[in-house]
Design a binder for this molecule. Sequence first.
Ligand SMILES: [Ca+2]
Ligand SMILES: [Ca+2]
Length: 300
Amino acid sequence: MRKHLSTLSSRYFLSFVASFLLLVPSILSGTELPPAGEQYAALADPNPAHVKKTKLTEDMILIPAGDFTAGTDPDIGYQECLKHAKSCEPEWYRHEAPVHEVWIDAFYMDKYEVTQEKYEGVTGENPAKYKGENLPVERVIWEEANEYCEKVGKRLPTEAEWEKAARGKVDTIYPWGNEVESNRGNFCDVNCNAHVKAHQFDDGHKATAPVGSYPPNGYGLHDMAGNVWEWVSDWFDRNYYQNAPRRNPEGPVKGHKKALRGGSFGNNASVMRIAGRSWAHNTRVSRRGFRCALDGPSSP
Ligand SMILES: [Ca+2]
Ligand SMILES: [Ca+2]
């Protein structure tokens, strides 16, 4: 028993020393630690050279390595559609099956959709239909989204990374639970102009909302449900989940359409489901934006 306690004490002491040593560079340089939301990401990789090399920014969240449950029973999508739309077909959701476990290495995800201020600051362009510095950039085609992420030293997330990040450690239909709530995301509510407008919900926004207007999900990410659709790096293949690699899937080698995730201000609420998968031809549409990702610290 005494030996056991002694071992525990040693472990606590070593843990304290390790924590102190991690803080020393910040103390010596006089810099403040980042706010609570970003502290996890910053401390996870204390090597300044690595952080600089990978262009890690304060508004990114570390999504830890590990398994997550991807995909869903197609009947869930169909039943949610019936609750929130006038026209639904069961086969629209077959590509969300089967439910399968996927391992994703640690990666960083932008906390917000890329804003017009950031996009214009990097590219000198602002293609958005609904103008506002803190509104998400939209009407970007996939190549432009991909090029922006590369220019800032990041990359688009894979579809699997996006789904894991959206899930936020929960096993629910939406990031906050199993029922649609007006104050959790921006979809086609009573303010919306589209024919799928939902009179029983008021989310406060007719078109795009400033990023971060709604509460974050379990990982601290905002607007993974709604606001603008988000381009991911994968080509879309409706059969992909049937044969996807177990570890770090990156999508089909080639295809005709890129995948989009998360729904938008112009879609009915059920389209914001975590497991919802969509795709599009590469055209300029005001409902489509993106966010960037970054490789995380290497797995041990
Ligand atoms: Ca809305
Ligand atoms: Ca979104």
